[in-house]
Design a protein. Structure first.
Length: 193
């Protein structure tokens, strides 16, 4: 009887070892994308964020790296990256984001966390594209990033509304801007890559 228990325990331990090994082997999600190969400048970042379930590709196997990011998409991405859980209040904070809108919970969660404040006109503009300046603010506020250097970008001055946020991204190593002319280009639209 003692040998039987030991044999059963050995089988169970062996089975658990196989299960643990197989569960640690994950397919390379970004490697399966048809429009982002290893030579793409953002391949590593896309790959990392897909493995963390912050980003995902499309059902046809593409990522569409040059597609613009909407303000609703950005809310979802930032919520997932910052581990800010979606919330569903009974009353919408923004009249242009109804409770049945796909990103409602993410937008409301970021509003509740003090990360987003809408467009200043009471609206959120969920289908509008996001600028690099707006994204700097959302990222800096989501992750509590602070800028301390005097290493400014040529096109972002201390009097600009996004100055401290862009500086925080630079000082945190999140962006280096465009090295050829030391610019950040805050009015450019954010792309998926």
């Amino acid at each position: 009887m003692h040998k039987k228990k030991r044999g059963t325990a050995t089988i169970i331990i062996g089975f658990l070892a196989i299960v643990l090994f197989l569960s640690s082997v994950q397919p390379s999600l970004a490697a399966d994308l048809t429009d982002v190969d290893e030579s793409h400048w953002a391949y590593g970042d896309i790959h990392s964020l897909m493995e963390k379930n912050v980003l995902n590709g499309y059902s046809n196997g593409t990522f569409k790296p040059d597609e613009y990011v909407t303000r609703a998409q950005a809310a979802k991405i930032i919520s997932l990256a910052a581990d800010i859980k979606p919330v569903k209040p009974e009353t919408a904070s923004y009249p242009d984001v109804a409770p049945d809108y796909w990103a409602f919970g993410y937008i409301e969660a970021l509003k509740k966390a003090g990360v987003i404040h809408g467009k200043g006109n009471g609206m959120y503009g969920p289908e509008e594209v996001l600028t690099r300046g707006q994204m700097a603010k959302i990222l800096a506020e989501s992750f509590g990033l602070v800028g301390r250097s005097t290493n400014y970008f040529a096109d972002v001055k201390p009097e600009d509304w996004m100055f401290t946020y862009v500086l925080a991204l630079r000082d945190s190593g999140i962006t280096v801007g465009y090295s050829q002319d030391n610019t950040y280009r805050p009015d450019w639209i954010v792309k998926r890559a």
